[in-house]
Design a protein around this ligand. Structure first.
Ligand code: SF4
Length: 372
Protein backbone atom coordinates (compact mmCIF):
# COMPACT_ATOMS: atom_id res chain seq x y z
CA UNK A 1 0.00 0.00 0.00
CA UNK A 2 1.25 3.50 -0.83
CA UNK A 3 2.06 5.83 2.05
CA UNK A 4 -0.21 8.85 2.34
CA UNK A 5 0.34 12.33 3.63
CA UNK A 6 -3.26 13.46 3.81
CA UNK A 7 -6.65 11.83 4.08
CA UNK A 8 -10.20 12.49 3.04
CA UNK A 9 -13.02 10.94 5.01
CA UNK A 10 -16.26 10.12 3.20
CA UNK A 11 -19.20 9.44 5.50
CA UNK A 12 -21.57 7.33 3.39
CA UNK A 13 -25.24 7.21 4.37
CA UNK A 14 -25.73 4.01 2.43
CA UNK A 15 -29.39 3.74 3.57
CA UNK A 16 -31.51 5.15 6.39
CA UNK A 17 -33.24 1.82 6.92
CA UNK A 18 -32.76 0.49 10.45
CA UNK A 19 -33.84 -2.39 12.66
CA UNK A 20 -33.94 -0.10 15.73
CA UNK A 21 -35.97 2.98 16.58
CA UNK A 22 -33.67 4.78 19.02
CA UNK A 23 -35.79 7.48 20.53
CA UNK A 24 -33.30 10.28 19.92
CA UNK A 25 -32.18 9.31 16.41
CA UNK A 26 -31.81 12.31 14.06
CA UNK A 27 -32.85 10.07 11.16
CA UNK A 28 -36.01 8.90 12.97
CA UNK A 29 -38.60 9.78 10.25
CA UNK A 30 -36.50 7.89 7.67
CA UNK A 31 -35.73 4.70 9.59
CA UNK A 32 -38.37 2.65 7.75
CA UNK A 33 -37.21 3.87 4.33
CA UNK A 34 -35.54 1.00 2.44
CA UNK A 35 -34.05 3.21 -0.28
CA UNK A 36 -30.34 2.42 -0.54
CA UNK A 37 -27.39 3.38 -2.69
CA UNK A 38 -26.91 0.96 -5.59
CA UNK A 39 -23.60 -0.64 -6.50
CA UNK A 40 -23.55 1.49 -9.69
CA UNK A 41 -24.12 4.73 -7.74
CA UNK A 42 -21.38 3.90 -5.25
CA UNK A 43 -19.01 3.09 -8.12
CA UNK A 44 -19.88 6.44 -9.70
CA UNK A 45 -18.88 8.06 -6.38
CA UNK A 46 -15.55 6.19 -6.43
CA UNK A 47 -14.79 7.31 -9.98
CA UNK A 48 -15.63 10.92 -9.12
CA UNK A 49 -13.28 10.80 -6.14
CA UNK A 50 -10.52 9.07 -8.09
CA UNK A 51 -10.68 11.64 -10.89
CA UNK A 52 -10.49 14.45 -8.32
CA UNK A 53 -7.55 12.93 -6.44
CA UNK A 54 -5.65 12.24 -9.67
CA UNK A 55 -5.72 15.98 -10.37
CA UNK A 56 -5.14 17.43 -6.88
CA UNK A 57 -2.49 14.90 -5.82
CA UNK A 58 -0.50 15.61 -9.01
CA UNK A 59 -0.96 19.36 -8.45
CA UNK A 60 0.09 19.28 -4.79
CA UNK A 61 2.69 16.52 -5.00
CA UNK A 62 0.84 14.65 -2.23
CA UNK A 63 -0.76 11.22 -1.80
CA UNK A 64 -4.30 11.14 -0.42
CA UNK A 65 -5.77 8.14 1.36
CA UNK A 66 -9.54 7.68 1.39
CA UNK A 67 -11.42 6.59 4.48
CA UNK A 68 -15.01 5.49 3.87
CA UNK A 69 -17.24 5.43 6.95
CA UNK A 70 -20.33 3.36 6.17
CA UNK A 71 -23.23 4.85 8.07
CA UNK A 72 -27.04 4.65 8.17
CA UNK A 73 -29.63 3.85 9.47
CA UNK A 74 -28.07 0.49 10.11
CA UNK A 75 -25.51 -0.17 7.36
CA UNK A 76 -25.48 -3.91 8.13
CA UNK A 77 -29.08 -4.15 6.93
CA UNK A 78 -27.57 -4.08 3.43
CA UNK A 79 -26.69 -7.56 2.12
CA UNK A 80 -23.14 -8.67 2.92
CA UNK A 81 -22.61 -9.22 -0.80
CA UNK A 82 -23.07 -5.47 -1.39
CA UNK A 83 -19.92 -4.74 0.64
CA UNK A 84 -17.78 -7.53 -0.84
CA UNK A 85 -18.74 -6.31 -4.33
CA UNK A 86 -18.11 -2.66 -3.57
CA UNK A 87 -14.67 -3.48 -2.13
CA UNK A 88 -13.86 -5.32 -5.37
CA UNK A 89 -14.99 -2.16 -7.20
CA UNK A 90 -12.73 -0.06 -4.96
CA UNK A 91 -9.73 -2.22 -5.85
CA UNK A 92 -10.50 -1.87 -9.53
CA UNK A 93 -11.17 1.89 -9.49
CA UNK A 94 -8.56 3.11 -6.99
CA UNK A 95 -5.95 0.49 -7.87
CA UNK A 96 -2.61 0.64 -6.08
CA UNK A 97 -2.37 4.42 -6.25
CA UNK A 98 -5.06 5.47 -3.77
CA UNK A 99 -5.10 3.59 -0.45
CA UNK A 100 -8.57 3.00 0.96
CA UNK A 101 -9.89 2.18 4.42
CA UNK A 102 -13.44 1.14 5.28
CA UNK A 103 -15.11 1.55 8.68
CA UNK A 104 -18.67 0.93 9.72
CA UNK A 105 -20.90 2.39 12.42
CA UNK A 106 -23.33 -0.32 13.51
CA UNK A 107 -25.88 -0.94 16.26
CA UNK A 108 -24.62 -4.57 16.33
CA UNK A 109 -28.05 -5.98 17.06
CA UNK A 110 -27.43 -8.65 14.43
CA UNK A 111 -24.28 -10.77 14.34
CA UNK A 112 -24.92 -13.77 12.14
CA UNK A 113 -22.10 -15.59 10.28
CA UNK A 114 -22.18 -13.28 7.25
CA UNK A 115 -22.06 -10.09 9.31
CA UNK A 116 -19.40 -11.55 11.58
CA UNK A 117 -17.23 -12.26 8.54
CA UNK A 118 -17.77 -8.73 7.25
CA UNK A 119 -16.84 -7.17 10.59
CA UNK A 120 -13.80 -9.36 11.19
CA UNK A 121 -12.40 -9.71 7.67
CA UNK A 122 -13.96 -6.96 5.57
CA UNK A 123 -14.12 -3.63 7.39
CA UNK A 124 -10.86 -2.20 8.73
CA UNK A 125 -12.56 -1.00 11.92
CA UNK A 126 -15.97 -1.19 13.57
CA UNK A 127 -17.81 1.46 15.58
CA UNK A 128 -20.57 0.13 17.82
CA UNK A 129 -23.33 2.40 19.11
CA UNK A 130 -24.47 1.55 22.62
CA UNK A 131 -25.38 3.74 25.56
CA UNK A 132 -24.79 1.12 28.31
CA UNK A 133 -27.59 2.68 30.39
CA UNK A 134 -30.76 4.45 29.40
CA UNK A 135 -33.10 2.13 27.50
CA UNK A 136 -33.49 4.53 24.55
CA UNK A 137 -32.00 2.22 21.92
CA UNK A 138 -35.13 0.16 21.30
CA UNK A 139 -36.48 -2.08 18.55
CA UNK A 140 -39.78 -1.62 16.71
CA UNK A 141 -41.62 -3.24 19.62
CA UNK A 142 -40.02 -0.80 22.06
CA UNK A 143 -37.68 -3.39 23.61
CA UNK A 144 -34.24 -2.32 24.75
CA UNK A 145 -31.39 -3.73 22.62
CA UNK A 146 -28.66 -3.28 25.24
CA UNK A 147 -28.28 -6.86 26.49
CA UNK A 148 -28.22 -8.35 23.02
CA UNK A 149 -25.70 -5.78 21.73
CA UNK A 150 -23.43 -6.32 24.74
CA UNK A 151 -23.37 -10.08 24.04
CA UNK A 152 -22.54 -9.47 20.36
CA UNK A 153 -19.89 -6.91 21.29
CA UNK A 154 -18.18 -9.31 23.67
CA UNK A 155 -18.21 -12.07 21.05
CA UNK A 156 -16.79 -9.78 18.38
CA UNK A 157 -14.01 -8.54 20.68
CA UNK A 158 -13.19 -12.11 21.76
CA UNK A 159 -12.84 -13.01 18.07
CA UNK A 160 -10.31 -10.21 17.57
CA UNK A 161 -12.59 -7.48 16.12
CA UNK A 162 -11.10 -3.94 15.94
CA UNK A 163 -13.89 -2.19 17.80
CA UNK A 164 -14.57 1.25 19.29
CA UNK A 165 -17.89 2.41 20.74
CA UNK A 166 -20.08 5.51 20.81
CA UNK A 167 -22.44 6.33 23.67
CA UNK A 168 -24.97 9.13 23.52
CA UNK A 169 -25.23 11.09 26.77
CA UNK A 170 -28.87 11.74 27.64
CA UNK A 171 -30.94 12.50 30.71
CA UNK A 172 -31.23 8.72 31.09
CA UNK A 173 -27.54 8.04 31.63
CA UNK A 174 -25.92 11.37 32.49
CA UNK A 175 -25.94 10.51 36.21
CA UNK A 176 -24.26 7.18 35.53
CA UNK A 177 -21.05 8.09 33.72
CA UNK A 178 -19.04 6.07 36.27
CA UNK A 179 -20.93 2.95 35.24
CA UNK A 180 -20.49 3.86 31.59
CA UNK A 181 -16.74 4.27 32.02
CA UNK A 182 -16.39 1.02 33.99
CA UNK A 183 -18.25 -0.90 31.28
CA UNK A 184 -15.69 0.08 28.63
CA UNK A 185 -12.72 0.01 31.00
CA UNK A 186 -13.47 -3.63 31.90
CA UNK A 187 -13.33 -4.45 28.19
CA UNK A 188 -10.34 -2.14 27.45
CA UNK A 189 -12.44 -0.54 24.70
CA UNK A 190 -11.96 2.98 23.49
CA UNK A 191 -15.22 4.93 23.37
CA UNK A 192 -16.65 8.31 22.46
CA UNK A 193 -19.40 10.15 24.28
CA UNK A 194 -21.74 12.23 22.20
CA UNK A 195 -24.04 14.62 24.05
CA UNK A 196 -27.60 14.38 22.76
CA UNK A 197 -28.40 17.16 20.32
CA UNK A 198 -31.59 18.60 18.96
CA UNK A 199 -32.90 16.46 16.09
CA UNK A 200 -35.15 19.24 14.81
CA UNK A 201 -38.24 17.02 15.25
CA UNK A 202 -40.67 18.82 17.56
CA UNK A 203 -40.67 17.23 21.01
CA UNK A 204 -38.73 14.10 19.94
CA UNK A 205 -35.74 14.55 22.20
CA UNK A 206 -37.17 16.96 24.79
CA UNK A 207 -37.54 14.43 27.65
CA UNK A 208 -33.97 13.18 27.16
CA UNK A 209 -32.11 16.46 26.75
CA UNK A 210 -29.24 17.46 29.02
CA UNK A 211 -28.13 21.00 29.70
CA UNK A 212 -24.68 22.42 29.14
CA UNK A 213 -23.76 22.24 32.82
CA UNK A 214 -24.63 18.54 33.00
CA UNK A 215 -22.58 17.89 29.87
CA UNK A 216 -19.51 19.69 31.22
CA UNK A 217 -19.82 17.98 34.59
CA UNK A 218 -20.04 14.55 32.93
CA UNK A 219 -16.98 15.24 30.74
CA UNK A 220 -14.96 16.44 33.74
CA UNK A 221 -15.96 13.31 35.65
CA UNK A 222 -14.95 11.06 32.76
CA UNK A 223 -11.58 12.81 32.63
CA UNK A 224 -11.07 12.13 36.36
CA UNK A 225 -12.01 8.48 35.91
CA UNK A 226 -9.50 8.14 33.09
CA UNK A 227 -6.79 9.91 35.11
CA UNK A 228 -7.26 7.42 37.95
CA UNK A 229 -7.48 4.37 35.70
CA UNK A 230 -4.58 1.96 35.20
CA UNK A 231 -6.45 0.12 32.46
CA UNK A 232 -7.71 2.79 30.09
CA UNK A 233 -4.78 3.89 27.90
CA UNK A 234 -6.57 6.66 26.06
CA UNK A 235 -9.21 9.05 27.42
CA UNK A 236 -12.64 8.60 25.85
CA UNK A 237 -13.26 10.92 22.91
CA UNK A 238 -13.64 13.87 22.71
CA UNK A 239 -11.47 14.10 25.85
CA UNK A 240 -8.49 12.53 24.04
CA UNK A 241 -8.40 15.52 21.71
CA UNK A 242 -8.95 17.96 24.58
CA UNK A 243 -6.04 16.45 26.54
CA UNK A 244 -3.76 16.95 23.53
CA UNK A 245 -4.85 20.59 23.22
CA UNK A 246 -4.37 21.20 26.96
CA UNK A 247 -0.90 19.59 26.86
CA UNK A 248 0.15 21.74 23.90
CA UNK A 249 -1.23 24.83 25.65
CA UNK A 250 0.74 24.08 28.84
CA UNK A 251 3.98 23.45 26.95
CA UNK A 252 3.39 26.36 24.53
CA UNK A 253 3.74 23.90 21.65
CA UNK A 254 2.06 25.00 18.43
CA UNK A 255 -1.08 23.15 17.41
CA UNK A 256 -2.68 22.58 14.04
CA UNK A 257 -3.40 25.77 12.15
CA UNK A 258 -6.93 26.62 11.16
CA UNK A 259 -7.61 24.62 8.02
CA UNK A 260 -9.17 26.56 5.17
CA UNK A 261 -11.62 24.19 3.51
CA UNK A 262 -10.94 25.80 0.16
CA UNK A 263 -7.37 24.46 0.38
CA UNK A 264 -8.42 21.01 1.61
CA UNK A 265 -11.76 19.51 2.58
CA UNK A 266 -11.07 16.67 5.02
CA UNK A 267 -14.63 15.32 5.51
CA UNK A 268 -17.61 14.97 3.20
CA UNK A 269 -21.01 13.56 4.21
CA UNK A 270 -22.83 11.79 1.39
CA UNK A 271 -26.57 11.31 1.82
CA UNK A 272 -28.36 8.27 0.38
CA UNK A 273 -29.38 10.19 -2.74
CA UNK A 274 -25.78 11.29 -3.35
CA UNK A 275 -26.18 14.86 -2.06
CA UNK A 276 -23.06 16.05 -0.25
CA UNK A 277 -22.56 18.18 2.85
CA UNK A 278 -19.55 19.65 4.59
CA UNK A 279 -19.04 18.83 8.25
CA UNK A 280 -20.38 21.65 10.41
CA UNK A 281 -23.22 22.82 8.20
CA UNK A 282 -26.80 21.49 8.42
CA UNK A 283 -26.66 17.94 7.05
CA UNK A 284 -29.87 17.00 5.21
CA UNK A 285 -30.93 20.59 4.50
CA UNK A 286 -30.94 20.82 0.69
CA UNK A 287 -30.05 24.53 0.87
CA UNK A 288 -26.67 23.48 2.30
CA UNK A 289 -25.89 20.64 -0.10
CA UNK A 290 -22.73 21.40 -2.08
CA UNK A 291 -23.74 19.09 -4.95
CA UNK A 292 -24.40 15.45 -5.83
CA UNK A 293 -21.48 13.05 -5.99
CA UNK A 294 -23.34 10.63 -8.27
CA UNK A 295 -23.60 13.26 -11.01
CA UNK A 296 -21.32 16.25 -10.25
CA UNK A 297 -17.54 16.43 -10.28
CA UNK A 298 -15.80 17.32 -7.02
CA UNK A 299 -14.32 20.38 -8.77
CA UNK A 300 -17.84 21.61 -9.58
CA UNK A 301 -18.96 21.07 -5.99
CA UNK A 302 -15.95 22.88 -4.53
CA UNK A 303 -16.29 25.83 -6.85
CA UNK A 304 -20.03 26.27 -6.29
CA UNK A 305 -21.74 29.02 -4.29
CA UNK A 306 -22.96 26.69 -1.51
CA UNK A 307 -19.47 25.42 -0.78
CA UNK A 308 -18.24 29.01 -0.56
CA UNK A 309 -21.10 29.81 1.86
CA UNK A 310 -20.09 26.79 4.01
CA UNK A 311 -16.45 27.93 4.07
CA UNK A 312 -17.46 31.48 5.05
CA UNK A 313 -19.72 30.17 7.83
CA UNK A 314 -16.90 28.08 9.27
CA UNK A 315 -14.59 31.11 9.17
CA UNK A 316 -17.22 33.28 10.88
CA UNK A 317 -17.59 30.75 13.70
CA UNK A 318 -13.86 30.66 14.24
CA UNK A 319 -13.47 34.46 14.01
CA UNK A 320 -16.28 35.08 16.50
CA UNK A 321 -15.39 32.41 19.01
CA UNK A 322 -11.84 31.20 18.64
CA UNK A 323 -9.76 34.32 18.10
CA UNK A 324 -10.35 35.48 21.71
CA UNK A 325 -9.89 31.95 23.08
CA UNK A 326 -6.66 31.30 25.04
CA UNK A 327 -6.43 27.82 23.48
CA UNK A 328 -6.62 28.89 19.83
CA UNK A 329 -2.91 28.41 19.11
CA UNK A 330 -3.04 24.91 20.58
CA UNK A 331 -6.40 24.02 19.02
CA UNK A 332 -6.76 25.61 15.59
CA UNK A 333 -10.52 26.05 15.91
CA UNK A 334 -11.53 22.67 14.49
CA UNK A 335 -13.91 21.97 17.37
CA UNK A 336 -16.14 24.82 16.29
CA UNK A 337 -15.43 24.83 12.56
CA UNK A 338 -16.49 21.20 12.24
CA UNK A 339 -19.26 20.87 14.78
CA UNK A 340 -22.77 20.63 13.45
CA UNK A 341 -25.05 23.56 14.25
CA UNK A 342 -27.49 21.29 16.09
CA UNK A 343 -24.63 20.26 18.42
CA UNK A 344 -23.64 23.81 19.28
CA UNK A 345 -25.03 25.98 22.06
CA UNK A 346 -25.46 29.73 21.73
CA UNK A 347 -25.34 32.40 24.39
CA UNK A 348 -28.62 33.89 23.11
CA UNK A 349 -26.83 36.78 21.38
CA UNK A 350 -25.52 34.79 18.43
CA UNK A 351 -22.19 33.83 19.95
CA UNK A 352 -21.57 30.10 20.03
CA UNK A 353 -20.46 28.41 23.17
CA UNK A 354 -17.64 26.02 22.49
CA UNK A 355 -18.28 23.01 24.71
CA UNK A 356 -14.62 22.06 24.36
CA UNK A 357 -13.21 25.27 25.79
CA UNK A 358 -14.32 24.97 29.44
CA UNK A 359 -13.38 21.29 29.53
CA UNK A 360 -9.95 22.04 28.07
CA UNK A 361 -9.52 24.74 30.74
CA UNK A 362 -10.44 22.20 33.42
CA UNK A 363 -8.04 19.60 32.02
CA UNK A 364 -5.19 22.13 31.70
CA UNK A 365 -5.66 23.09 35.34
CA UNK A 366 -5.72 19.46 36.46
CA UNK A 367 -2.67 18.51 34.38
CA UNK A 368 -0.85 21.49 35.82
CA UNK A 369 -1.83 20.53 39.39
CA UNK A 370 -0.89 16.90 38.95
CA UNK A 371 2.29 17.83 37.03
CA UNK A 372 1.57 15.24 34.36
S1 SF4 B 1 -13.25 28.32 21.15
FE1 SF4 B 1 -13.14 26.06 21.11
S2 SF4 B 1 -12.69 25.53 18.97
FE2 SF4 B 1 -12.17 27.70 19.26
S3 SF4 B 1 -9.99 27.69 19.78
FE3 SF4 B 1 -11.13 27.70 21.71
S4 SF4 B 1 -11.28 25.54 22.28
FE4 SF4 B 1 -10.71 25.59 20.10
Amino acid sequence: MNSTNRTMQIVVKVSKFCNLRCRYCYEYPELGNRAAMSRAQVSAMYRTLRDHLDVVDARDGLATGLHFVWHGGEPLMQPAEFYWQTWADQREIFGERIPVRNSVQTNLVLLDDERRRLLLHGFDSVGVSLDVIGGLRVNLAGRDSQRRVTGNLDRLVADGGRVGCISVLTAQNIQAVDELFRFFEARRLHFRVLPLFDTGEPGQTTPFEIDREQELFALARLFELWLASDLMQRPPAPLDGYVEIAARYLSAAPGPEYQDRRAWLPVVLVDTDGSCYTYGEPYGDADWSIGNIFTDSVADMLSGPVFERCAVQAERRVALNCLPCPFFDACGGTLLAETESCERDEDGAGTMLCSGRPVIAYIAERLHETEL
